[in-house]
Design a protein around this ligand. Sequence first.
Ligand code: KMH
Ligand code: ZN
Length: 280
Amino acid sequence: MAATTAAQTLITVAPTGAEADKSAVPALPVTLDELVATAKECEAAGAAVIHVHIRDEAARPTLDPGRLADTVAALRESTDLVIQLSTGGAVTDSFADRLAVLDASPDGCSLTCGTVNFGDEVFANPWPFIKDLYQLTQQRQVVPEFELFDLGHVATLHRLLADSGPPAGGHVHCDLVMGVPGGMPGDVHALAAAVAALPEGATWSATGIGRTALPVMFGALAAGGHLRVGMEDTLSYARGRPVTRNAELVERAAELARAAQRPPMRPDAARTLLGIPERR
Ligand code: KMH
Ligand code: ZN
């Protein structure tokens, strides 16, 4: 049974993602300046980790190595946030480009533990790629966060740890990504089943896509988990009310975490929890 209790709540913000269109969602941070401003605001609101996807000059998703390195440097310069780069990218990205994300030397990275239908598309994560990416995180000492979109992904996480040993930093931290059309539903029944199946001693956060954001957030807080919020996962603050700033999602998560008597964790405490070396 995974560890589920902690005195504080780790809040991750996922501000951009690879799916939303800037033209349809003007509040989406897509330039480096917009991303840094968002990161600062979200840190002040209670975020400790930032999950980063970047865009090119036309606001299209990209894994350009130079842009990734510049992004890590700018976020390090301006915030204390734990910088977690996405290795999921967009569904169209190649495995080679996704592996090369680690060249930007982030603090951490996402590592999805299986293929999943993703709306009308497929987010491909076959076992050989998962294993290659995991072993690269171990070599580079980049701390992975295991992204679990379905119960089968939990089984693959167990296989990965048995096959290749513990992660960089020595601690297993997972993120339950719930409510993706094609993945596990975003409800408390699926949440409880996934949490019960996690490796012994693992910590976890959860995020609910779209309208599952609130039930998943309440369920995660009730079960002792951590939270991920942001415009990668939901573009509506409430029915008929679009998100205007990522920070308002972090502010709401922080308020609920305080109400649950587990206030937001600061980035230095998040580094300790996740096994990421102190930066300053
Ligand atoms: N954009 C999705 C296809 C991750 O960041 O690692 C994959 C994703 C997961 O967002
Ligand atoms: Zn992502």
